[in-house]
Write a protein that binds this ligand. Structure first.
Ligand code: ATP
Ligand code: MG
Length: 443
């Protein structure tokens, strides 16, 4: 028998329920991940006890509960220092007339019925120390075969809740599994049903899909055509395939999910990307970050010779032909330092790290140059180099005390001082800056 090592807090919740003759198991993702030898993110528990029974018996033991999703039968049990656990009553979902929510949720006494409403066989297993693995749909065999397969008849399951179509690719991508042919055929055929799923749910699954190690072969054009029709993945298959290759070249870290999203949205340009992100109801922070990456992502700030290059990060003083790419490796690279300082004046370091990852994935032949830029940004940040007016050794008050008149001219003097510091003409020291300011305001 397979033994799963359940953490202390979850074990205590199970024991409390079982002590009062309720059935209780860990279920879903934690069982799947344990069988795969991976550390589960969280441990979900399911039980035959109703939410009221769960609350009442926990309260009797002095354990706090939180009403998280009573309408779905979920209560969070707070085990203090050993964690919080979601406990959900066994349930069957009523008819889905809208393709997104069950019309009603019905509690049941049967773990088998509860498992049969779950999406994929690998997600439809439960476990308890007393009974071992409950696996009515062959989830363990599918895990061993590296296969994602719908529980029951795929068409019906995708018609009930079209989000499962996106979840199919998300789970397959996460583990690098194959998709059961009948399940895959149903997902492609029913892709258009995703249009009735809320933007928030789609966004969540799409971001998880993009966080997978190598999402490329799981970005199904028939599905993306519904989720992001602007990309025209079916009308422009060549362009779409190239986007997918670019995404796979970006390292799969949590920090790089916006980078991968930007890689996907690059053909839409800044305005188009922003519109698409708004439609997906992405947070303002994610929308701004991805839009900035799309805007800068062509790498034109470095590839000065590219057509359409914008001198944003180069400023006016650095001739476009003298870019990082033109420098001889090993020589003191003053141009690089100035360029990176200007970038750091506009963006935080994590954005620049994403930007270099994106540019390097889009222009793999320039990977070394982008790596040098990233390293320089990291070095300058570590030594707290002055890249912004706020980092100057003088502020507006100092300048006014030295006789600079308040008003828009003051801002201009500060900007000129920053420029002088960035280009190394003036050290970032109060006396030197005040002397330089006197010159600027006199001229
Ligand atoms: P993760 O580690 O990404 O959280 P997970 O398996 O826990 O993976 P969740 O989205 O948290 O995934 O869902 C928990 C469980 O609930 C799933 O394992 C699955 O059994 C079930 N489930 C979730 N969403 C659906 C759905 N739309 N249709 C059917 N079952 C679902
Ligand atoms: Mg989960």
């Amino acid at each position: 028998m397979h033994r799963i090592s359940i953490p202390k807090g979850a074990r205590a919740v199970l024991l409390n329920l079982r002590y009062e003759n309720h059935e209780a198991y860990v279920v879903g993702g934690c069982v799947r991940d344990s069988l795969l030898g991976k550390e589960p993110k969280d441990w979900d528990i399911c039980t035959s006890a109703t939410p009221d029974e769960v609350k009442e018996l926990m309260h009797r033991r002095g354990i706090k509960t939180i009403d998280t999703g009573l309408q779905h039968g979920t209560v969070t049990v707070d085990m203090g220092t050993v964690g919080k656990y979601e406990v959900t009553t066994f349930r069957i979902d009523g008819n889905y007339t809208d393709g997104r929510h069950p019309d009603y949720v019905e509690f049941t006494e049967s773990i088998y019925k509860d498992l049969s409403r779950r999406d994929f066989t690998i997600n439809a297993m439960a476990y308890s120390a007393e009974e071992g693995l409950i696996d009515p749909f062959g989830g363990r065999d599918d895990l061993a075969a590296h296969l994602v397969r719908a529980v029951g008849e795929p068409e019906r399951r995708f018609e009930e809740d079209a989000l499962r179509i996106l979840r199919l690719y998300r789970f397959a991508a996460r583990f690098g599994f194959a998709i059961d042919p009948a399940t895959g055929a149903a997902a492609r055929a029913l892709g258009p049903h995703l249009d009735c799923v809320s933007a928030e749910r789609i966004q969540e699954e799409l971001l998880k899909l993009l966080a997978a190690p190598r999402p490329r072969s799981y970005l199904e054009p028939a599905v993306l055509a519904v989720v992001l029709p602007e990309l025209e993945p079916e009308k422009q298959p060549g362009r779409f395939a190239e986007l997918c290759r670019t995404i796979d070249r970006i390292e799969p870290t949590a920090e790089n999910v916006p980078t991968r999203l930007a890689a996907l949205l690059c053909p839409l340009g800044e305005a188009g990307a922003r519109k698409a992100l708004r439609k997906l109801k992405c947070s303002n922070a994610l929308t701004d970050e991805v839009t900035a990456l799309v805007g800068e992502g062509a790498g034109s700030f470095l590839l000065g010779h590219e057509s359409g290059a914008r001198p944003i990060a180069c400023g006016n003083r650095v001739p476009p032909q003298r870019t990082v790419l033109g420098e001889t490796p090993g020589t003191p690279n003053t141009t690089l330092t100035v360029q990176v300082k200007r970038l750091l004046g506009r963006y935080e370091l994590p954005t620049i790290q994403r930007l270099t990852a994106l540019c390097s994935a889009r222009h793999p032949e320039q990977t070394r140059a982008f790596a040098a830029l990233r390293a320089e940004a990291e070095r300058l940040t570590a030594e707290n180099a002055c890249c912004r007016v706020s980092q100057l050794a003088v502020n507006g008050r100092d300048l006014m005390a030295a006789g600079v008149r308040p008003g828009p001219g003051l801002r201009q003097v500060l900007n000129a001082l920053l420029e002088a510091v960035i280009t190394g003409q003036t050290p970032n020291e109060k006396d030197a800056l005040l002397a330089a300011a006197a010159q600027f305001s006199a001229s």
